[in-house]
Design a protein around this ligand. Structure first.
Ligand SMILES: Nc1nc2c(c(=O)[nH]1)N[C@H]1C(S)=C(S)[C@@H](COP(=O)(O)OP(=O)(O)OC[C@H]3O[C@@H](n4cnc5c(N)ncnc54)[C@H](O)[C@@H]3O)O[C@H]1N2
Ligand code: MOO
Length: 391
């Protein structure tokens, strides 16, 4: 059995890189940019009013002559002389001859074409300069950046409708077990609901994977071998859930060997997730995750996520880690390294109740995995522990 550090070292050595692909912006959420993006325009593309009010060509007096109106979207050209103003609205183009927009709350309308400004006016106030946000040709986002709703909105602001990203790998999830039935159907005695496949699929979607097929197989040697064979043919990443431990009906290890999957490691000295398997067949990556749901998800965050994010070229490929003080003391009997479900608080991190690898309830409430390496047996309140942020 290898240590967590040794397993992570194997993971770091994987240097698969996905090819580039041009995608529509509406499909780009969570994708990783494969090239730097330079802004094709100045943003804003014209001097823009930030307020509803009056664009003026300032002079010594507070009295101005109103000569027209500009709404957002208008293409009007006004040559304001000193002492002249136009009614203007938020987002409208400010004439070059105007040097300030005065918000309407500071302006009195004297009659149809005269206004009086209360107080001082600062040069260029309430005018967003041309290219204030970004100038044409400047780098907007960089290769390796992962696209979130804000970055997608930002690129749309620049007029982009497609982006070049790393193509997500084609992934298959094979969940094994006679006891599993689908949510939404009744349970018989001895059965439980299949939670792992939809959980892992959701986690993969969050990484930007698009094609994530789900397949089931009963605890039976020949169908496990056959399923593994056909899924390896059709996918770049195969994730198997369950059946990887040592029971008489755990056939996954055999099925992987039978299909010439080369073992990189099997069994890690950790809890949860001891019987984790990682292997390769040519360029294909194969993970067999323990069936216990919290063990499967822990292994996903710690081992699978960095491999996939790196293949996608993400700059930050592993989840962020930080050291935080423990809220309460923790006694540890030793043995396997631990990944504990935790929640960050104002002053540190709290270990949550319910750490069994069969339980997802605690995981659903957690925002962190606390890594206890096993080198130290007892932790006092306030001792620093390594925290992996999952939210
Ligand atoms: N004699 C030993 N027994 C076990 C060992 C061991 O070292 N010696 N290791 C234990 C550990 S640790 C783990 S973790 C589990 C892993 O077992 P498997 O990967 O073979 O998983 P299964 O036996 O198929 O299932 C375990 C558990 O999880 C439930 N399960 C499975 N798939 C799903 C799913 N898709 N959705 C929801 N729940 C699922 C399954 O019903 C079992 O309760 O082995 C220990 N045993
Ligand atoms: O290592 Mo297992 O994942 O504890 O139950």
């Amino acid at each position: 059995m290898i240590t967590v550090e040794q397993a992570l070292q194997h993971i770091k050595n994987i240097t698969v890189q996905q090819p580039k692909s041009l995608v529509q912006m509406s499909e780009a959420l969570n994708c990783v940019l494969a090239e730097d993006i330079h802004s094709p325009i100045n943003m804003p593309p014209f001097r823009q009013s930030a307020m509803d009010g009056y664009a003026i060509n300032a002079h010594e007096s507070n009295h101005y002559l109103l000569v027209g109106e500009i709404k957002a979207g208008d293409n009007s050209q006004f040559e304001l002389k000193r002492g002249e103003a136009v009614r203007i609205f938020t987002g409208a183009p400010v004439p070059d001859s105007s040097n300030a927009v005065v918000m309407q709350e500071k302006v009195q309308r004297l009659d149809d074409n005269k206004i009086l400004i209360d107080g001082e006016v600062k040069a260029e106030e309430n005018i967003r300069p041309l290219g204030e946000q970004i100038q044409k040709g400047e780098v907007a986002l960089r290769e390796g950046d992962k696209l979130n709703p804000a970055s997608i909105g930002f690129l749309a602001t620049l007029g982009l409708d497609k982006v070049i990203v790393r193509q997500a790998p084609k992934v298959a999830i094979l969940y094994t077990g006679n006891e599993l039935v689908e949510p939404g159907t009744p349970l018989d005695y001895g059965q439980i609901y299949n939670s792992n496949s939809i959980m892992l699929q959701s986690a993969l979607y969050e990484l930007g994977c698009k094609s994530v097929e789900i397949h089931h197989c009963m605890d039976d040697l020949s169908s496990t071998r056959q399923k593994v064979a056909s899924l390896l043919d059709d996918n770049e990443v195969l994730i198997v859930s369950g059946g990887i431990s040592v029971g008489d009906y755990d056939f996954v290890k055999d099925a992987l060997e039978y299909n010439d999957v080369e073992e990189v490691f099997y069994k890690v000295k950790q809890k949860p997730g001891k019987p984790l398997f990682f292997g390769r067949k040519d360029e294909k990556l194969i993970f067999a995750l323990p069936g216990n749901p919290a063990a499967a998800l822990t292994c996903f965050y710690v081992y699978l996520l960095p491999v996939i994010q790196r293949a996608l070229g993400a700059e930050d490929f592993a989840l962020e880690r930080q050291y935080l003080p423990l809220k309460e003391k923790y006694e540890y009997k030793g043995g396997r390294a631990l990944f504990l479900k935790g929640k960050r608080t104002k002053n540190g991190v709290e270990i949550l109740e319910g750490q069994s690898s069969a339980m997802l309830h605690t995981f659903a409430l957690a925002d962190s995995l606390i890594y206890i390496s096993g080198e130290k047996s007892n932790y006092d309140q306030g001792d620093l522990v390594e925290v992996i942020k999952i939210k």
